[in-house]
Write a new protein. Structure first.
Length: 162
């Protein structure tokens, strides 16, 4: 998010590195984004927070160290970030094979957010995703097939029939 953009909303919460924290962070993020006037982004934000929290839990957690989920929104952009204590383990998207159980999270993040990245902060890191909110509208897109849905399956992504 541009540093000169004043924040309209901000929320930050620390979570214990437990699987249930992923659910708590996802629900909180979706609720806040809706309350902040961007209900159309709530689903995408929920998936992204879930992926970033899961990655932090699997690859970035240390015993007795918390994981932080932060959500902020300005007039032009909405940002979610998840920080963990493992700045030495930087994420990167990797190709997943059809039978792989893992390896698609950052591809989902890249597909749902307008941009994503990593910021190293001392010994910690923050993985973030951003959406341009000035282009988001609650009006339906005319001329597009609104019956098309994205389905996540074990073998990858595919289009679902209505």
């Amino acid at each position: 998010m541009p540093m000169n953009q004043p924040l309209l909303h901000e929320d930050s919460l620390d979570y214990t590195p437990l699987a249930h924290s992923v659910t708590l962070a996802r629900r909180r993020a979706a609720r806040l984004v809706g309350e902040w006037g961007h209900p159309d982004l709530a689903g995408d934000v929920a998936v992204v927070v879930s992926e970033l929290m899961s990655n932090a839990l699997l690859h970035g957690s240390l015993h007795d160290r918390l994981i932080r989920a932060r959500i902020s929104c300005g007039a032009a952009a909405l940002r979610v970030e998840v920080s963990d204590p493992r700045g030495d383990r930087l994420p990167w998207p990797r190709p997943a094979q059809a039978a792989d159980q893992f390896g698609r999270g950052l591809l989902l993040v890249a597909g749902l957010a307008d941009r994503w990245g990593v910021e190293v902060r001392g010994v910690c890191k923050a993985v973030y995703a951003e959406w341009d909110v000035s282009r988001v509208t609650s009006e339906p897109c005319h001329g597009q097939d609104s019956s098309l849905h994205l389905v996540v399956v074990n073998s990858g992504l595919r289009k679902a029939k209505p």
